[in-house]
Design a protein around this ligand. Structure first.
Ligand SMILES: C[C@H](O)[C@H](O)[C@H]1CNC2=NC(N)=NC(=O)C2=N1
Length: 93
């Protein structure tokens, strides 16, 4: 179920590096180099398959941009926060 903007901002208090804009939550992460970013993307990809939920993302050299939204719901749902949480676990591992 699509969350309201108030619910999203409330949930985002636990995700300091993420922000809400245009119906999605976003983060940008900088890594040491391309090898680090791409191996992290591979780890994240396995979590996406496990959760059956997939990001809109882009990578340029050592930078990774991630946007999460639930296409079926046309907005942000709990599924996006589940994936954001899994991504944070990988980044902080
Ligand atoms: C059939 C499959 O469950 C759906 O297409 C899933 C897959 N991954 C998804 N990922 C995202 N971000 N939103 C979706 O609505 C979505 N739907």
């Amino acid at each position: 179920m699509k969350l309201t903007e108030a619910q999203i901002n409330d949930r985002l208090e636990e995700f300091s590096d993420w922000e809400y804009d245009e119906n999605a939550i976003h983060t940008t992460i900088e890594f040491e180099n391309f090898r680090e970013v791409f191996s992290t993307m591979t780890r994240i990809a396995f979590e996406c398959e496990r959760l059956n939920h997939h990001p809109t993302w882009s990578n340029t050299y050592n930078e990774l941009n991630i946007s999460l939204s639930t296409h079926d719901a046309n907005g942000v749902t709990e599924k996006d926060f589940d994936l954001a949480s899994a991504i944070e676990d990988i980044l902080n591992a």
